[in-house]
Design a binder for this molecule. Structure first.
Ligand code: ATP
Ligand code: MG
Length: 427
């Protein structure tokens, strides 16, 4: 029979790889809890309309990347391609959008029908943060520094933070008018992808990877020249604060999030080490989205980090698994029963314990302990079982007689003492 294959662009994450994932996720979660950001979990499956409206019909994500299908009730459903729209929906549905301020995070799989390549999958994972109800420029600075500090804490080097301001709705409109005029004038020289965007989503052309179009755009009007005094002041305050915090950044006037509801700050963190899929974090302010989706007018800002790309960037130090503290070797029926009982006791004591249930020869069991790099072994043979005791000893090259100890089954005091002295001071 043919073997089943996973769908293109989806991957298994195997136990050996998951060590790195879990170590990194733990650090992120600790950092978030210190920042008093609370987790929110929303369904992976949503009504399609949430995304067409929440992300925008003319975006790449909605126009060509969504996993959409009809369910048995003939409703159009979509596997979430990003997290923000769902978070906003959840807040509105649960009456939370009227709560003045909330800092939220989410983590989980996202789905986009893209051409699979390095750093681009069809099922991938994002972790994101949303500050809901925050208006001050200081919240922009806080959220940028939050993203930056998480990446720093993970020891990721050579990161570039790029920022831009899209201004308020009016600034954007003015810019878009001028920019569209410029595009119309240069229409015939644009690449065909960009030509298609002129009427649908012109701002996204700023994001083009086409070399000729990039050349033409050098002459294009610049967003920052269209900011009103207030928007410009806001943008300058953010830059000043980032300098004050010694967070290095570059201004990129072409950095846009091509959707109508984005306002003011847009930012991205990239790494040269990622090749052509260089962006690890993308974020921005979306003061108009919550209202657009039927909630109260609520300012907000957020970012999302691609976990696969983060895992590529993070160092080997996160790949180390915890070793087995105790490998339990036993032979003979009553010995094996005692072994299970002792295993449970050790696990209760927070000792990483592996129980050998193979019933094979002691030498074979020791070989397995060796393979696992176990820190210590406990041996229960028939003789030990009769005496109601076990033998515990360190399991390494510098095996010393005096580290070996016989302890009676009921003598928890001696057991803990031995473990504390020889294995785990933290007990
Ligand atoms: P890109 O320019 O790489 O297509 P994007 O603008 O579509 O990025 P966002 O929607 O801002 O990406 O998503 C935030 C982050 O999620 C990205 O910076 C990236 O790290 C990650 N990401 C997005 N799409 C994928 C994908 N198909 N596979 C893996 N990671 C992804
Ligand atoms: Mg994309």
């Amino acid at each position: 029979m043919d073997k089943f294959k996973n769908l293109r662009g989806t991957f298994d994450i195997l136990p050996s790889q998951l060590v790195k994932w879990q170590n990194i996720e733990n650090i992120i979660k600790i950092q978030l809890s210190r920042s008093f950001v609370k987790e929110i979990r929303t369904p992976i499956l949503e009504m399609t309309e949430l995304f067409t409206r929440g992300i925008g019909e003319n975006t790449d994500v909605v126009s060509k990347e969504m996993y959409t299908f009809k369910d048995r009730g003939d409703r159009s459903c979509t596997l979430r391609p990003e997290g923000t729209a769902s978070v906003v929906r959840a807040l509105i549905n649960n009456g939370l959008s009227v709560k003045p301020q909330q800092k939220l995070w989410y983590m989980g799989p996202m789905f986009r029908y893209e051409r699979p390549q390095a750093g681009r999958q069809r099922q991938f994972h994002q972790f994101g943060v949303e500050f809901i109800g925050y208006k001050s420029y200081r919240s922009d600075v806080e959220i940028i520094s939050l993203a930056w500090d998480i990446l720093q804490r993970l020891g990721i080097k050579h990161l570039n933070l790029e920022i831009n301001s899209l201004g308020n709705t009016n600034d954007r409109k003015n810019y878009q008018q001028a920019f569209t005029k410029f595009l119309d004038k240069n229409y015939s020289s644009l690449d065909s992808d960009s030509q298609k965007r002129v009427n649908k989503n012109p701002m996204r052309i700023l994001d083009t990877k086409n070399k000729d179009t990039i050349q033409i755009l050098k002459e294009a009007p610049i967003l920052v020249d269209f900011l009103c005094d207030e928007s410009l002041e806001r943008y300058c305050q953010i830059k000043e604060q980032l300098k004050f915090l010694k967070i290095p950044f570059e201004e990129n006037y072409k950095l846009v999030r091509g959707l109508d509801y984005y306002t003011h700050t847009a930012f991205e963190i990239t790494s040269g080490a990622l090749g052509s899929q260089a962006t690890v974090c993308g974020g921005g302010r979306y003061d108009n989205l919550i209202k657009l989706m039927g909630g109260n007018e609520t300012p907000a800002i957020g970012f999302a980090i691609g976990l696969e790309r983060l895992i590529i960037l993070a160092g080997k130090e996160y790949e180390n698994d915890r070793l087995v503290d105790v490998y339990l070797v036993s032979k003979g029926s009553s010995a094996e029963n005692y072994a299970i009982q002792l295993t449970r006791k050790l696990r209760k004591l927070n000792i990483i314990t592996e129980l050998d249930t193979s019933g094979t020869s002691f030498s074979k069991q020791f070989k397995k302990a060796n393979k696992l790099n176990a820190k210590s072994v406990i041996v229960i043979g028939e003789e030990e079982a009769t005496k109601k005791e076990f033998l515990i000893r360190l399991f390494n090259d510098q095996y010393k007689e005096n580290k070996e100890k016989r302890i009676s089954f009921d003598d928890d005091y001696e057991l803990v003492k031995w473990l504390k002295t020889n294995l785990r001071e933290d007990l």
